[in-house]
Design a binder for this molecule. Sequence first.
Ligand code: NAI
Length: 249
Amino acid sequence: MQRLQDRVAVITGAGSGIGLATARRFAEEGAKVVCVDLDEPTGAKAADEVGGLFVRADVTSEDDVVRMYQTAFDTYGSVDIAFNNAGISPPDDDSILETGLDAWRRVQEVNLTSVYLCCKHVIPYMRRQGKGSIVNTASFVAVMGSATSQISYTASKGGVLAMSRELGVQFAREGIRVNALCPGPVNTPLLQELFAKDPERAQRRLVHIPVGRFAEASEIAAAVAFLASDDASFITGAEFLVDGGISGA
Ligand code: NAI
């Protein structure tokens, strides 16, 4: 199936986990993929694998964000899909009583401000084209909170969800769809890092997942490809849960 034939897709955090799986899936579906990551070796490797372009960028830097879309446009002639996905996990003790202001600000910067910057700078391209699809990675915790203390992370993802909803409504008549992807726990380096610090956390999470396991990144990528494609032409401003049933349990 070539649902994304010749669409130009910019993916942030493409060097690892969900971003990497989505780069692979988009390429399989015919897209021209621009892999963006802070980490040069993994980002370049991903781009090489999918036959795309690598742009090293820090998504918290406005200059970098402007440059990555400009590079995509200059190389391929359009920017049709933006998957704003780069993010970091919560700091070690992320309870409201323990998280310091610096740690809080860092998480907002990488997880939320980056999405603001990406949307701000990609929408002008999509407006000129009269179409585009933006998928912003939030999380199931944006919808239901988390029993494990991760207040800065949950708040950042809540912001992504709210921003996506508003932008989805605001730009619907210009042919630009904006959706928030809300994955449940996914077996990626980000999750493995959290579990390495607190091994019991994996078991605590697992009991709340009705399907009885963590997602594979490829299962999330399948949902992103759907949202990015014309198959999702009537879906905008949505909170799109791919969570193995957690939020319904
Ligand atoms: P990951 O850690 O495997 O990949 C994240 C990628 O983002 C890395 O390649 C990293 O280098 C890149 N990155 C980090 N900061 C960056 C920056 N400032 N500029 C550019 N690139 C940067 O993580 P994973 O699990 O694939 O997560 C992707 C997104 O999904 C994140 O936003 C995360 O919060 C979200 N998410 C993950 C879940 C999970 O269980 N793994 C569940 C729900 C949401």
